[in-house]
Design a binder for this molecule. Structure first.
Ligand code: SAH
Ligand code: SF4
Length: 409
């Protein structure tokens, strides 16, 4: 049984990557910063004098045109292409399954190095298409309403695996620019990214930052920083850094209006409480009416959904340009909570709306394919039941952190 009073982090099995670059032994060029890509090309035999130009060419092939084969890089000399192919590769996660919901939501299960799997969700809407990207396999935190938080196996994704999720989605959507088409076209199918899949992005800061910088780069995927939203449970010391080094939009898994309740729902609150979190948010750069912080608030029956909660929420966030995203709780087997009634959610929303805040109620998308918030679990969840299998498959010495290995069931 999942205890509603969870420790800040759970005892986890960290999975080191068996082989960062896979079994090919080649250097994966995906996920490298401009400087790293240049260095990799030099290491692969590119003369230093040409490295800058070659780096830009290769970058554009990878991120602007979606090419995966050096042979297709027609503005590079034939033997240079062949020599790159000998030592380098362009590798993205491999799609294992794809499910399409009745409402058009797509859920991909992808395999990454070491045999691990994560889920990616694509949500089409009238005026945008949002990709929900994962940052970790599992999550070390133990939010008591979140299914991902019950997983025992955790590893950080690499920058290649994070930006690679965007690339495989674009492959599936068939959305690499055709000749003559403007890649900045804002009407594109994949127009927004939310880091709201599995994992706590601020516990994998560098990889998330490097991947998002690639997603924003004007010579590649070219998404505006305002179309990228990073969701955090409240890793306070990293919030300012996210503002400085990534500069994307921020969403906070707020979920409660007193420390007592938040300590239970989002146990990281025991480390950084509501006051510390709000202080960090007030300092977030560029906050304005057009660049607001999103407060995510999961509606749990009888736990955090009273009128008093709504009024306290409004008082707490006073002075912060904000919108409040109410998320009807998505139930999962064994979950210790129930979803608030529609009437309760509407009454709560109304109080917030009257106080002058946008308070959209997030329509659960892709429920029929378990793609809704907090339902992502992937094969890692199954692996929890057969650790030995995964150890054997990945050929790993699995490191156990923490003193005991209790089952989440
Ligand atoms: N770890 C990050 C990002 C991933 S979770 C974070 O916690 O912010 C994305 C959002 O879904 C978060 O607001 C999270 O609290 C919410 N969520 C998790 N489980 C949920 C569930 N069962 N029902 C509804 N929302 C959930
Ligand atoms: Fe981790 Fe976010 Fe789930 Fe909390 S809500 S356990 S931080 S993924």
């Amino acid at each position: 049984m999942n205890s509603p009073t969870a420790p800040v982090t759970q005892d986890v099995l960290t999975i080191p990557r068996k082989d960062a670059e896979g079994s090919t032994g080649k250097v994966n060029l995906v996920g490298l910063t401009h400087e790293q890509l240049r260095a990799a090309l030099i290491a692969a035999g590119t003369p230093e004098k040409q490295a800058r130009m070659r780096e830009r060419q290769v970058w554009q092939w990878i991120y602007q045109k979606g090419v995966r084969d050096f042979e297709a890089m027609t503005n590079l000399a034939k033997d240079y292409r062949a020599s790159l192919a000998e030592t380098c590769e362009i590798r993205v996660p491999e799609i294992v399954t794809k499910q399409v919901s009745e409402d058009g939501t797509r859920k991909y299960l992808v395999r990454i190095a070491g045999g691990h799997e994560v889920e990616i969700v694509y949500i089409p809407e009238e005026d945008r298409g949002t990709l929900c990207v994962s940052s970790q396999v599992g999550c070390t935190l133990t939010c008591t309403f979140c299914h991902t938080g019950t997983q025992k196996l955790v590893r950080n994704l690499t920058a290649a695996e994070i930006v690679g999720q965007i690339m495989v989605a674009r492959d599936d959507l068939g959305e690499w620019p055709k000749p003559g088409r403007n890649p900045k076209d804002e009407t594109r199918l994949l127009s927004n990214i939310v880091l709201m899949g599995m994992g706590e992005p601020l516990y994998n800061f560098e990889a998330v930052r490097d991947a998002m910088k690639i997603a924003m780069d004007g010579e590649g995927i070219s998404l505006s920083r305002r179309r990228i939203t990073l969701s955090t449970s409240g890793v306070v010391p990293e919030i300012a850094r996210a503002g400085d080094e990534i500069g994307c939009m921020l969403a906070i898994s707020f979920h409660a209006t007193t420390d007592e309740v938040r300590d239970t729902l989002v146990p990281i609150n025991k480390k950084w409480n509501i006051e510390a979190l709000l202080a960090a948010l007030k300092e977030y750069p560029k906050l304005s009416n057009s660049e607001r912080i999103t407060f995510e608030y999961v509606m749990l029956d009888g736990v955090n959904d009273s009128d008093d909660d709504a009024r306290r929420l409004v008082r707490l966030i006073a002075g912060i340009p904000a919108k409040i995203n109410l998320i009807p709780f998505n139930e999962w087997p064994g979950a210790p909570y129930k979803r608030s009634s529609d009437a309760r959610i509407r009454a709560f929303a109304n109080i917030i709306y009257k106080a002058g805040y946008a308070s959209p109620i997030r329509t659960p998308r892709g429920e029929d394919i378990m793609a809704a918030c907090g339902q992502l679990k992937s094969a890692t969840e199954r692996a929890r039941k057969s650790k030995r299998e995964i150890e054997a498959e990945a050929g790993l010495g699995v490191v156990t952190i923490g003193s005991c290995e209790t089952s989440a069931e």
